[in-house]
Design a protein around this ligand. Structure first.
Ligand SMILES: Cc1ncc(COP(=O)(O)O)c(C=O)c1O
Length: 350
């Protein structure tokens, strides 16, 4: 049976009561007709970007809804998923009072956003296989806990969490569960957005920054119930997705062949990197990855990071993260970049 979720119990009352900023353009761009726009103090001289962009991103949302198999009223677009995540904090967490749960090692922005929004944070570390400790997570929840944030596939470990564990969390916590699927396109597993009808407390976030190769456009996605989306829409900055990003994303997203072949190449390259790194003497563990990066444990992360840097290769030392001592995260590059990395790793001695 589907869960019930009373939005008015979990959202900040002042956000529920908010009268959002409205622009006259909202009404009239959606209405057929030749309009003369003298409403928004824009420069009337056409430059292709002299007008404010569509605040509802209507055309782009249709394309994304089609691609992600959802309705447009289940979609919110943000200036990167970082903006979407920030809106979730602002919609649900009362500063200096509420708290969220995060599961380190995890994506660093959840903690940054908790701090920016003055929201408390409970950290429940993953186990040694970077999987969820569901009992610990559920017992960490207090009456102040409004939301739980995690990414699957996880950054920095690269693995997907077990479905059974995620279901336990969705069943066991009545507040907002945010599943950040920034890397979902590199896996064969379906998105948790297919479970939105069953779990109205679920928000799935995705991004065009990774598999779609559009990090520079800054386009993040939230998928949730129409009620949650409507709340997030009411608090978002009206023109948060610029006109050029909307236009370019529509063009890029129509090229599914390019997108599929790039994903396939990145996965093949990830596997090639993995087997090449297995032969490197100072690499101790290569963690299984369902993403476009590999987490490796080495003998001395600082030393290896610096040695790669000396060969002009920038990786990420993740040693300060929970359970990631001596771990380096390496993004899968182009075949040439990966060759360069493999050569560099082999030339660095023990
Ligand atoms: C798990 C996770 N979520 C979100 C993001 C940010 O995505 P965006 O570029 O859409 O802000 C990243 C970026 O590295 C990430 O690793």
């Amino acid at each position: 049976m589907a869960k019930t979720f009373d939005l008015s119990k979990w959202a900040r009352p002042e956000m529920m009561a908010l009268a959002p900023y409205t622009s006259a353009r909202d009404t009239f761009t959606a209405t057929e007709g030749e309009w003369t726009f003298l409403d928004a103090n824009e420069n009337p001289n056409a430059t292709n970007v002299n007008r404010y962009p569509d605040p509802n991103q209507t055309a782009l949302k249709k394309v994304i809804a089609n691609l992600r198999n959802c309705n447009t009223n289940q979609l919110l677009l943000g200036n990167g998923s970082d903006e979407v995540l920030d809106l979730i904090f602002r919609a649900f967490c009362i500063p200096y009072q509420d708290e969220i749960v995060i599961l380190p090692p995890t994506y660093g922005m959840y903690a940054v956003l908790a701090n920016i929004n003055s929201v408390g944070m409970i950290e429940v570390p993953l186990d040694n296989n970077f999987q969820l400790r569901t009992d610990n997570i559920l017992s960490s929840i207090t009456p102040k806990t409004k939301a739980l944030f995690f990414c699957s596939p996880n950054n920095p470990s690269g693995n997907l969490f077990s479905n059974a564990d995620i279901i336990r969390i969705l069943e066991g916590f009545d507040g907002v569960v945010v599943i950040d699927e920034a890397y979902i396109d590199f896996t064969d597993t379906p998105s948790w957005s297919t479970a939105l009808a069953q779990y109205p407390n679920l928000i799935v976030t995705q991004t065009l920054s990774k598999a779609y190769g559009l990090a520079g456009l800054r386009l993040g996605i939230a998928m949730a119930s129409p009620e949650i989306i409507s709340l997030l829409r009411s608090i978002k900055p009206p023109y948060n997705i610029n006109a050029l990003s909307q236009e370019r994303a529509i063009v890029e997203l129509s090229n599914t062949e390019k997108y599929t072949s790039q994903i396939n190449e990145i996965i093949e390259e990830r596997n090639r990197l993995k087997s090449a790194l297995t032969a490197v003497s100072w690499v101790e563990t290569i963690y299984p990855s369902d993403a476009n990066f590999l987490l490796i444990r080495v003998d001395d992360a600082q030393k290896r990071y610096r040695e790669l840097l000396a060969k002009n290769i920038v990786t990420r030392d993740r040693s300060t993260q929970e359970n990631c001592n001596n771990c380096i995260r390496i993004t899968v590059g182009t075949p040439q970049e990966n060759d360069q990395l493999i050569r560099a790793c082999k030339s660095i001695s023990i």
